[in-house]
Design a binder for this molecule. Structure first.
Ligand code: FES
Length: 148
C-alpha cells in the first residue's frame, strides 16, 4: 500500500467513525422500543421526616399533567400533578428488578431497564413488572409539596 492508498483508507475509516458518532449524538437510532423521554429531575430536601420541595411556575409540576423524578435523601419518587391541587407520589424503584423508573411517555412512567410501564397511580400498564409501585401521601399547601 502506498502513501496515497493509506491516506484514502484512513479517511474512510475516520468518516465511518464520525458518522457513527453523529448517529449516536443524534440519539433515537439506537434506542429500544421501550425507551421514553426522561423525566425532568427535581431535588428535594427532608423536613421533619418528610420529603419537601416547592412547586413554582418554573417547576415541571407547574401544570396539570406534569411529572417529575424527585430525588431526595430519603430516595427517589415519581410525582405527577393530576389536578390543580392534587398530586400522586410513588416510589421510583421498579417492582421488577429495582431499576429507577426514569421515563415518562403518554402519561405513563417507563422503566429504562426492561420497559415496564406504570400509570401515574402506580398500577402496572405493561410488564414484565407485575406489582404496582408503592404510593405515598402527597400534600400541597402554599406551593409546597410534602411527601410522607
Ligand atoms: S427493572 Fe424495571 S422493568 Fe425490569
Amino acid at each position: 500500500m502506498d502513501r496515497r492508498q493509506f491516506c484514502s483508507q484512513a479517511l474512510q475509516i475516520v468518516s465511518i467513525g464520525t458518522m457513527g458518532s453523529l448517529f449516536q449524538a443524534c440519539g433515537g437510532s439506537s434506542t429500544s422500543p421501550d425507551s421514553a423521554p426522561a423525566l425532568p429531575v427535581i431535588s428535594a430536601g427532608v423536613v421533619n421526616g418528610a420529603v419537601t420541595f416547592s412547586v413554582d411556575a418554573a417547576s415541571p409540576l407547574a401544570s396539570v399533567g406534569g411529572a417529575a423524578l424527585v430525588q431526595a435523601p430519603a430516595g427517589n419518587f415519581l410525582v405527577s400533578r393530576i389536578a390543580q391541587d392534587a398530586f400522586t407520589a410513588l416510589t421510583a424503584v421498579c417492582t421488577h428488578q429495582a431499576c429507577t423508573v426514569s421515563g415518562f411517555q403518554n402519561s405513563t412512567y417507563v422503566c429504562p431497564c426492561h420497559g415496564s410501564r406504570y400509570s401515574t397511580s402506580g398500577s402496572v400498564v405493561q410488564g414484565p413488572a407485575t406489582a404496582p409501585l408503592r404510593g405515598f401521601t402527597a400534600r400541597f399547601s402554599n406551593n409546597v409539596l410534602t411527601i410522607s
